[in-house]
Ligand binder design. Structure first.
Ligand SMILES: N[C@@H](CCC(=O)N[C@@H](CSC=O)C(=O)NCC(=O)O)C(=O)O
Length: 308
């Protein structure tokens, strides 16, 4: 998979670091222009820093998390780079892709499409998990791709959980996953149903083993590091199923040290909730979760205690 060179669109100094927007012609997304934001903290000038990937939700672009998440202050303090990909290809010119807010443009669902209508362009899994790290590595950014974690919101929470769980057996690409209001059991949710029936040749059946975090955690034997937050006043709670994920995790033997699901009284699905959670969560480290490394054993439980 090769990519043309990056073009810088804009750059802003932020919390002592730099938030830069780039675009490039994405092979994974069928040759369309793909944009992303990358925050590099000030200490990246001294050496490579870890990377935390943020996956946004339905209707979002690479800007929502960067502008509304409130992640950068802690990332700067902890010396962590943040990557904000887009949520779908743009301008693929697939018939009907702009008809609905929860399918097509802005709603790539972090999978690789197998329905021939979408499979040239709608490959957000390949784009985020493989193409973007390759682009970042090739461009020579001061980022240590061996220290990578993933987090996200709603559809992006689904992406974070499924990317993390599906890479556990093979590449161990991410050290942990955390999610705000994630779609935890998308084969049981209307959003997931619509996405899978549209993007996948064999519909929901095809998604069971690959794209449903509740199904994946049920089969995961390895130790995991997962943190989920959701609000009880979430207007989309019927799409999320956090209790099903928690039950599957406990049934599979993952205790509260490995999988923590926190509910927050009255909070909704919006970025106001995300900002609140980020503030009560002492540092990005505790969401980003770069604490497990060969040289430093996993300290997630302790870090989670710190943030409770
Ligand atoms: N149709 C509405 C609602 C869309 C919405 O709430 N999107 C969420 C993600 S929902 C699950 O993935 C979101 O993050 N919106 C962007 C934001 O900045 O709040 C609409 O179009 O607004």
């Amino acid at each position: 998979m090769t990519s043309l060179s990056l073009e810088k669109i804009s750059s802003n100094k932020h919390h002592g670091g730099e938030l830069t927007k780039y675009k490039f012609k994405s092979v994974a997304l069928g040759g369309t222009w793909a944009q992303f934001n990358l925050f590099t903290p000030a200490n990246a000038a001294q050496g490579k820093v870890p990377l935390l990937v943020y996956l946004a939700g339905l209707t979002c672009t690479e800007d929502n998390g960067a502008q509304k998440g409130g992640f950068m202050r802690d990332a700067a303090a902890e010396g962590i780079a943040l990557l904000f990909p887009d949520t779908s290809p743009r301008g693929a010119e697939v018939e009907g892709e702009d008809s609905d807010w929860d399918f097509g443009t802005g709603a790539g669902f972090y999978l690789n499409a197998t329905n021939p209508k979408y499979s040239t362009h709608y490959n957000m899994l390949n784009h985020v998990m493989f193409e973007l790290p390759r682009v970042i590595g090739t461009a020579g950014f001061p980022i240590d791709l061996k220290r990578q974690s993933v987090f996200g919101h709603s559809m992006g929470g689904h992406g974070a959980l499924t990317f993390y769980l599906s890479s556990l057996l093979h590449s161990k690409q991410y050290r942990s996953a955390s999610a705000f209001s994630p779609i935890c059991n998308p084969t049981k949710s209307p959003w997931g149903d619509k996405a899978f029936k549209g993007y996948l040749q064999n519909g929901v059946e095809e998604a069971m083993d690959r794209y449903d975090a509740t199904k994946l955690i049920a089969k995961t034997k390895e130790p995991v590091h997962i943190l989920i937050d959701y609000g009880t006043g979430d207007n989309f709670l019927d799409q999320l199923h956090p209790a099903a994920f928690l039950k599957a995790a406990r049934d599979a033997g993952h205790d509260e040290v490995q999988v923590r699901v926190r509910s927050h009284d009255g909070y909704d699905h919006s970025y106001y909730f995300i900002m609140f959670i980020v503030r009560i969560t002492t540092t990005s480290k505790t969401r980003g979760i770069l604490m497990s490394s060969p040289s430093s054993p996993c300290q997630l439980p302790q870090s989670l205690i710190n943030i409770s």
